[in-house]
Write a protein that binds this ligand. Sequence first.
Ligand code: NAI
Ligand code: MG
Length: 335
Amino acid sequence: KIYRIALLGGDGIGPEVIRAARRVLEALPLCWEWLEGEIGWGAYQRWGDPLPSETLTLIRQADATLFGAVTTPPDVPNYRSPVLRMRQELDLFANLRPCRSIPHPISRPDVHLLVVRENTEDLYVGRERLEENGETAVAEMVITRRASARIMRIACEQARQRRLPRVTLVHKANVLRQTSGLFRRVALEVGAEYPDLQVDEMLVDTCAMELIRAPQSFGVIVTTNLFGDILSDEASMLVGGLGLACSANIGEHTAVFEPVHGSAPALAGKNLANPLAAIGSAAMMLDYLGEDRWARCVELVIHRVIADRQVTPDLGGTLGTQDVAEAVIRYLQYV
Ligand code: NAI
Ligand code: MG
C-alpha cells in the first residue's frame, strides 16, 4: 500500500520540522507519496489566501496530512486563521493531545495521559457581538448533543486503544448549567456504553489544579473546546513543553497531524528548532494509518534520543534540527 500524505510545512520553522518528520517516515519500510501544499502567511502573500483551495483539495485527496505551523500576521484586517478554517471546513472535530513523561529533568515522572478536546463548537463558533454602543460584548457558547456524543465516543475508543482505563469528563456544569450541563449529560450517557472503562467527572478548575498536583492519576481527559484548549497547554508543560507536544485533528473522513508549537520566527532558518514534536505527530499519523507497530517504534526512539541527549538546545543538547532527525533514523535501525 502507498500512503498518500499531504505535507503542509507552512511558515517559519514549520517547513524545517516537517522535513525532519518526512525523513523519519521515509526511513521506515513503508511507501509514501507526498502531496506538497502551501498554507499560512507565505501562501497569503503569494496567492492572497492563507488556505488556497488547492491545498484543501490536497488534504481531501490524501490519506492523512502532516502540517507544520503558520505565522499569524499582526495587522491584516479580515485575515482568517487557516488553522481554524481547516478544522472547520474538514470537520476535524476531535483534537487529541497525548502527554507522556520523557527521560529528562524538565519532565514530571509517570505521566501518561491524553487530552481529547472538542474542536468545532463552544465559544469558538465565532458568534461575538457588541451591544450597548460597544459598552457590552457578548459571545455565544454553543454546545450540541451530536458533538458532545462524538467527542466522548472517540475519547472512550482512545482510552481502550491506549489502555488508559480512566476517562475523566471535564466541565463547569455547576455554573454553565445548560451548555456544560448538556455536555456532561450526553458524555455520561455515552460513557455508560463502555463498562470496561472507569468514567468520572471533574470541574474544570479542579482539573487545572489536579493536573499540577497529581498528573499521574489521569488517563483520558475529555472536554469542550475552550477548556480543552487551556488544559491541553497546561498538560503539555508537565512533560517537556512545546518542543515535544504533538497533536492530531481527527474527522470522519481525514485527519491532520501537527506539532502544537507555532512558527517560532526567531528560530527559523537556523537549524535550531526541535523536530521531535513534528516527529511525534508523524508517529500519531502512523497510528491513524494502522501502522501502530511503527508508531510505537518511532515513539520509543524519541525517548531514546532524549535520554541520550541527542537533542536541540531547548532540551539542553547541541544538535541541529536535521541532526536530530538523523539520530532518530539511526536509532530506528536498532529497534
Ligand atoms: P511559538 O510556539 O512559535 O513559540 C513560543 C516559544 O517556544 C518561542 O520561544 C519559540 O522559540 C519556542 N519554540 C516553539 N517551537 C519550538 C521548537 N520546535 N523548538 C524549539 N523551540 C520552540 O509561539 P509564538 O511565539 O507565540 O508565535 C509565533 C507565531 O506562530 C505567531 O505568528 C503565532 O500566531 C503562530 N502560531 C501558530 C500556531 C500554529 O500554526 N498552529 C500555534 C501557535 C502560534
Ligand atoms: Mg501547530
